[in-house]
Design a protein around this ligand. Structure first.
Ligand code: C2E
Ligand code: CA
Ligand code: CA
Length: 414
């Protein structure tokens, strides 16, 4: 895999045992001397592999200790009440770099919770971007839920102002806050960023896969761009792409890098990896099936199928069936039996499928099963198939039984 990194450059990694900002370190001196600088981490379209934008991540180029992460200085700057100055300077510097690069990629900027109480924020960001040749319409402001706890009224009106000025807004670290659903319902976010803690175990634990799938489904339902953070392995990217996640960010695609190290034509720097991405992805993504569309599609397939369909759960209970299925058993009132064991509702069918259902639960389908059903004076020859039904993460969640009346054209007189 070709990552978004030049071979001779230094990435934004640091030693985790570094100490925090101390009183002896003159913060203002360092910020004014340009020692706190923007690093850029690529955000990649998971279908096409093309660059979508960069997240701006603050780094302190310490003259003695080397490159320091935000955890070493942001808390101290927040306490000093100077975080707005840092945000303005970082954005101005990032915009200056980005305006020299070709392409219409976005820049995502992190803001601290306290900044969402400052009504001057939207105008300041517009000025910092425009003064350095970067359109505010290509700017995304990332907000963590901590920022929304104190005064959601003020935060909401600042978000409205950001949007009125053309700036997009993302809910960062989705799933780690207190009331994500409430915030998604009440505030006009454009994007959700799924926290890396949900991505880390995605290849190993089906629970993580289900949670990630549900979060992506939620984002899709609300018409939001979904971003998965902390993607380190190809397999994670593959799963997320299958779930319909729009964008990815993480070491797999490239670490945060300095402005000098970003290629002048970043958009042509396609992140390629064999068959990971497909060329028609852009269109496919725009038309990605939304959960309710899948439901409507499923209903249409069920109702329109020219043969009987029945869905059983792994406990062998009848959950859903179509009219054609019910018609094959006119003497049995399936409607009255939904939720009951198949063996109680249609013992003959349960007997014919015995063994095949167990195989399906283990993930192996069977087609071409035959059985005869006696209906008053008529015997019907049925052709059956018994297939496992899997959820997004590949776990078997039930069995689909398809029943075709093979003797419909030649009823056998008994
Ligand atoms: P964040 O906004 O969630 O940023 C993503 C963090 O994940 C970054 O850490 C990034 O370096 C790291 N990361 C990216 N890809 C991977 C990966 O594949 N694996 C792992 N394990 N980590 C990955 P970083 O740069 O240390 O930033 C930490 C936090 O500091 C950010 O979390 C953000 O909340 C805050 N921060 C960064 N820059 C700024 C800033 O300019 N202003 C403010 N207020 N906060 C900032
Ligand atoms: Ca962020
Ligand atoms: Ca995040």
């Amino acid at each position: 895999m070709r990552r978004f990194i030049k071979s001779n450059m230094v990435s934004g990694h640091f030693h985790s045992n570094s100490r925090g900002l101390t009183a002896r370190n003159n913060l203002e001196h360092f910020t004014q001397n340009g020692q706190i600088v923007p690093y850029f981490q690529p955000l990649v379209n998971l279908r096409t592999g093309s660059l979508s934008g960069f997240e701006i991540l603050a780094r302190w180029q310490h003259p003695i200790e080397g490159l320091l992460p935000p955890s070493r200085f942001i808390p101290a700057i927040e306490r000093s009440g100077r975080i707005s100055d840092l945000t303005d300077q970082l954005l101005a510097s990032a915009a200056r770099y980005a305006s020299a690069w070709r392409g219409k990629f976005t820049l995502s900027l992190n803001i601290s919770p306290s900044e969402l109480h400052d009504r001057s924020l939207p105008q300041r960001l517009v000025e910092a971007a425009e003064a350095n040749g970067f359109s505010p319409e290509r700017l995304i402001v990332e907000i963590t839920e901590g920022a929304l706890i104190e005064d959601i009224g003020v935060a909401g009106s600042i978000i409205d102002n950001l949007k009125a000025l053309g700036i997009r807004v993302a809910l960062d670290d989705l799933g780690t806050g207190y009331s994500s659903l409430h915030h998604l319902q009440t505030l006009p976010f454009d994007e959700v960023k799924i926290d890396s803690c949900f991505i880390r175990q995605i290849t190993k634990h089906s629970e993580s896969r289900k949670i990630a799938a549900a979060m992506i489904g939620l984002g899709l339902s609300l018409g939001l761009t979904t971003v998965a953070e902390g993607i380190e392995e190809q397999e994670q990217a593959d799963i997320l792409r299958c779930f319909g996640c729009s964008l990815g960010q993480g070491w797999l695609f490239g670490p945060p890098i300095s402005g000098e190290d970003v290629p002048e034509d970043p958009v042509t720097f396609q992140i390629s990896s064999g068959d990971c991405f497909d060329s028609a992805g852009e269109t496919m993504l725009k038309t990605a099936t939304k959960p309710w569309e899948s439901l409507a599609e499923l209903r249409a397939i069920y109702e329109g199928a020219p043969f009987g369909l029945c869905f059983l759960n792994c406990d062998c209970r009848v959950i859903k069936f179509n009219r054609q299925f019910a018609n094959l058993y006119p003497s049995v009132l399936f409607e009255a039996h939904a939720g009951r064991k198949l063996s109680e509702v249609a013992p003959g069918l349960a007997l014919a499928l015995d063994g095949h259902i167990e195989r399906a639960i283990l993930g192996k389908g069977t087609s071409g099963i035959t059985m005869r059903v006696r209906e008053s004076t008529t015997a019907i020859a049925l052709l059956l198939s018994c297939q496992p039904v899997r959820d997004e993460s590949g776990d078997v969640i039930g069995i689909s039984v398809a029943v075709f009346d093979a003797s419909s054209k030649r009823r056998i007189k008994s």
